[in-house]
Design a protein around this ligand. Structure first.
Ligand SMILES: [Zn+2]
Length: 333
């Protein structure tokens, strides 16, 4: 018998002029634990948009969500975890294959089972290329010198996987393509909390459509909404958020951008004109979620949001070029 797996959809590497990479460097990173239910912690980065992590504790074992951008961050996460529980960390979930969520995997012991979707693991083949992609997010930090091995998941699943931590169930889901082709959701049903990696964000923070496909992204979001009922989401980047509000925002965003770009392209607008014609609507104002931002930080954050959005217009335009030829008038023989 031969079973054909779904293929990895490679992420698009093109960036618009003036693209601003998010600053994900470990410099100054602190993870602040937020207890969302008993034994369920969002480990929230002190500075946006650096990576958030998570911890779920059961009677028997603990699970960590994402491992940081370097092995040093991976070790730091384990130090923070040790202040919160004495249960052994036996599982580590990766919400995406991106290096800022997986380069720390190597710092976890051999007794830890790393779990993710099969498509995420299938994307973890070229460490040097991935370091190259993420290096612009390091802002000069030399931490990638310590990234010499890309530890890939030990356990993979296609759609669904369930873990018993002892009196606590954790579900891992893959609903289809989103930010990347293998986006993984970590759901704790009894706490109504889900870690969503790069798949969902706080309303007003646009995603990055790195796979380029807003139609597939919308389908995956609807699938999540039809399957799970979390109340709180811990995004891979940015503040904690209400699940309903985040889903409504993201669905609206990806559906709108798909329609808006397609309409303009069909009307004959080129890429530059399309970008100029589609500014980002209702971006999150940083001062509404960060009490005392550093001078210049709200403006930098606003620029980052605009840059994400321009990238999404570009990649949606390219995706349409590749998948939807613009037809001329029907010809009859
Ligand atoms: Zn990330």
């Amino acid at each position: 018998m031969v079973c054909w797996p779904l293929p990895v959809i490679p992420e698009m590497s093109e960036r618009q002029q003036g693209f601003m990479a998010p600053n994900l460097s470990p410099k100054g990173l602190r993870l602040i634990p937020h207890e969302l239910a008993e034994g369920v912690y969002g480990l929230m980065a002190n500075k946006l948009p650096k990576d958030n992590n998570g911890l779920v504790v059961g009677d028997r074992a603990a699970l960590v969500i994402d491992s940081g951008i370097t092995p040093d961050v991976g070790r730091y996460i384990q130090e923070v975890v040790a202040t919160l529980t004495d249960r052994p960390v036996l599982y580590l979930a990766n919400t995406t294959f991106h290096g800022d969520h997986t380069f720390g995997n190597a710092a976890f012991g051999d007794d830890v089972t790393v779990i993710s979707s099969r498509l995420n693991k299938a994307s973890m083949t070229d460490l040097e290329e991935e370091k190259e992609y993420r290096s612009e997010s390091m802002y000069g930090d030399p931490g990638f010198a310590g990234v010499t091995r890309w530890r890939t998941p030990d356990l993979v699943f296609d759609r669904y996987c369930e873990l018993d931590l002892g009196g606590r169930e954790v579900q891992l889901w893959h609903f289809g393509p989103g930010n990347g082709s293998g986006d993984t959701i970590v759901h704790v049903p009894d706490a109504k909390v889900a870690w969503v990696g790069n798949f969902l964000r706080h309303p007003g923070i646009p995603p990055m459509l790195l796979a380029g496909d807003p139609v597939g992204y919308a389908r995956s979001l609807r699938s999540l909404r039809a399957t799970l009922a979390p109340e709180t989401l811990v995004p891979g980047h940015g503040p904690l958020t209400d699940a309903d509000a985040a889903l409504t925002y993201m669905l609206g965003y990806v559906e709108r951008i798909g329609l808006d770009v397609a309409e303009r392209r069909l009307a004959g607008m080129d890429l530059q004109a399309t970008m100029a014609d589609l500014p980002l609507a209702d971006p999150l104002d940083l001062t509404t979620v960060v009490a005392e931002p550093e001078p210049g930080e709200p403006e930098r954050f606003a620029r980052l949001m605009r840059s994400n959005h321009e990238l999404n217009v570009l990649l949606t335009y390219r995706w349409l070029e590749a998948t939807s030829p613009v037809r001329g008038p029907a010809r009859h023989a």
